[in-house]
Design a binder for this molecule. Structure first.
Ligand code: ASP
Length: 516
């Protein structure tokens, strides 16, 4: 883990050790390159459909409008002109690679980075993405089979109601406690006071484009509570798994309903289908074990990517805010989960923390509760001594609806942004934060960055400008790692509690590989 961070910081794009003279544009059409160093000069269209463009900065000049400009040079390789011509297609003109020069306003440019560091990350990136994909590949079949079996194996609707009640009760209670801790820390430490005006302006300029996008993708979140409940039920279940991102809430609802259906038909009729899902489940668990062989490399690549792109500069400007989030998360993990695991579940704390390390590490490096799910299920069954059916019931649901870390961070972020805008949140508004952040954490998908999208909903509910999101975006990727690790810890604490209450905890079974 540390190796990834060190690699990212020392030989990544923002490394203080490497020479920095490159501007990297990721999104189409984002680069505004002028023919001359002045506003209103003729604009060049540098992207021409490319998704990434690297420009080399050769000088910094003062433009005739008094603003600073980078003189840049970049090469456009021909794209889309390879491959055999299609029958009947017009003959494509041969496009040669062209090197162009122009000027980019310094205040609109992305940070200047090292081309070597950029190359290092572009080599490591595919490895991290490969690891993520291998884990994600098993999520849908695993969640579906394990949740369905978890419900069906409860044997009766009464037991289902009991286990569901305890699980949801615990989820809601810990989420409310988490937000309260976040609000308390943000109100007492007041991180907003530590951000000076200059840093504020810089941050909001640098991240305003990205913030706009987050706010746009939030439109779906604002669709109203009732509509959201309706949306949880799939009309065609196959649609829930198709598309770029599976709809986990719909998959969960479908799996629970099927499980309930199995409980309502005679056992001999249910048996054959259940056996089928049992084999799918077992196979998926094995596949996860295989994928985990790659974990050290995958984790290194993912962490190098985050450390390399965030860099130390933004972290410094938002240090107090980040520290408040981390401090509050630490309090929640040690006090809330510590008490719940020790006193409510009567589970040995040392064994609990020792057993869940691998799940926390995967959550931290992937920033995705859903991607961590296969590992959490394995950890709960093999290391914590939780029964299959409890783990299969609590964890898939927890990965999607229980996000204490996310809810806590939204509490801190809402107060922080309000403080920067000079707004004092009343008790009523803070209760509103408690309510909406609880809902937002239920609605957020267990994927990287989901929390910042639903934060827009929290801010709207208390009338804080959503543009404030731009201020915290720079550190969000790093904080996401911590809050995801907390989310997963919360789910695992729920499994031991539910297993204890329902008599499904086997503490005598030695952990298989606690430090795995
Ligand atoms: N990445 C988080 C998770 O998967 C959600 C979030 O807070 O963005 O649990």
């Amino acid at each position: 883990m540390a190796v990834g961070v060190v690699v990212g910081l020392t030989v990544g794009p923002r490394s203080p050790l490497l020479h920095k003279d490159a501007l990297v544009y990721k999104e189409r059409g984002k680069a505004r390159v002028f023919e001359h160093p002045r506003a209103g000069a003729k604009r060049l269209a540098p992207h021409e459909g490319r998704t990434e463009l690297v420009m080399h900065v050769s000088a910094r000049v003062r433009g005739s409008d008094g603003k600073d400009y980078f003189k840049v040079r970049y090469t456009l390789e021909p794209e889309g002109t390879t491959g055999p011509p299609k029958f009947g297609a017009k003959k494509q003109p041969v496009v040669k690679s062209r090197t162009l020069e122009g000027y980019v306003a310094v205040d609109l440019a992305p940070p200047v980075v090292s081309p070597v560091g950029h190359w290092v990350l572009s080599v490591l990136n595919p490895l991290g993405r490969l690891f993520m994909r291998l884990i994600k590949m098993v999520i849908v079949p695993l969640v579906f089979a394990s949740l369905l079996l978890g419900v069906a194996s409860l044997g009766s609707l009464t037991r289902l109601g009991r286990m569901g009640g305890i699980t949801f009760g615990y989820f809601l209670m810990t989420t409310a406690v988490a937000i309260t801790i976040g609000l308390f820390c943000a109100n007492t430490i007041e991180p907003g006071k530590y951000l000076d005006d200059k840093a504020r302006d810089q941050l909001s300029r640098a991240y305003s484009d990205q913030a706009q996008e987050k706010v746009k993708s939030k439109e779906a979140v604002r669709s109203g509570l009732l509509n959201r409940v309706v949306d949880m039920v799939p009309d065609v279940p196959l649609h829930s798994v198709a598309g770029p991102r599976p709809n986990m809430l719909q998959i969960i609802v479908f799996a629970i309903l099927l499980g309930v259906g199995f409980l309502m038909i005679p056992v001999d009729r249910a048996r054959p289908a259940l056996q089928f899902f049992e084999s799918i489940n077992d196979v998926m668990v094995r596949v996860v074990q295989l994928v985990m062989e790659l974990a050290p490399f995958g984790v290194l690549a993912l962490l190098a990517g985050v450390a390399g792109t965030a860099g130390a500069g933004v972290l410094a400007a938002l240090a107090v805010y980040s520290l408040v989030v981390l401090w509050a998360l630490l309090l929640h993990v040690t006090i809330t989960y510590g008490l719940a695991v020790r006193l409510l579940a009567r589970y040995p704390l040392r064994r609990f923390w020792g057993s869940i390390r691998q799940a926390q590490l995967i959550a931290f490096s992937t920033s995705s509760s859903s991607a961590t799910l296969p590992v959490s299920i394995r950890v709960a069954r093999e290391n914590l001594g939780v029964s299959n059916r409890t783990a299969s019931f609590v964890l898939p649901m927890g990965a999607t609806v229980n996000m204490d870390g996310t809810a806590l961070y939204q509490g801190v972020a809402a107060v922080f942004i309000a403080q920067i805008f000079g707004m004092d949140l009343t008790i009523g508004q803070q209760l509103e934060v408690l309510f909406t952040a609880t809902l937002a954490s239920v609605g957020a998908a267990g994927v990287p960055g989901a929390g910042i999208i639903t934060l827009a909903m929290v801010l709207t509910s208390i009338g804080v400008p959503m543009s404030g999101i731009a201020l915290i975006l720079g550190v969000d990727r790093v904080l996401d790692m911590f809050r995801t690790a907390v989310n997963v810890t919360g789910d695992l604490s729920a499994t031991v509690l539910v297993a204890r209450v329902t008599g499904e905890l086997d503490l005598d079974a030695p952990p298989k590989d606690p430090a795995d």
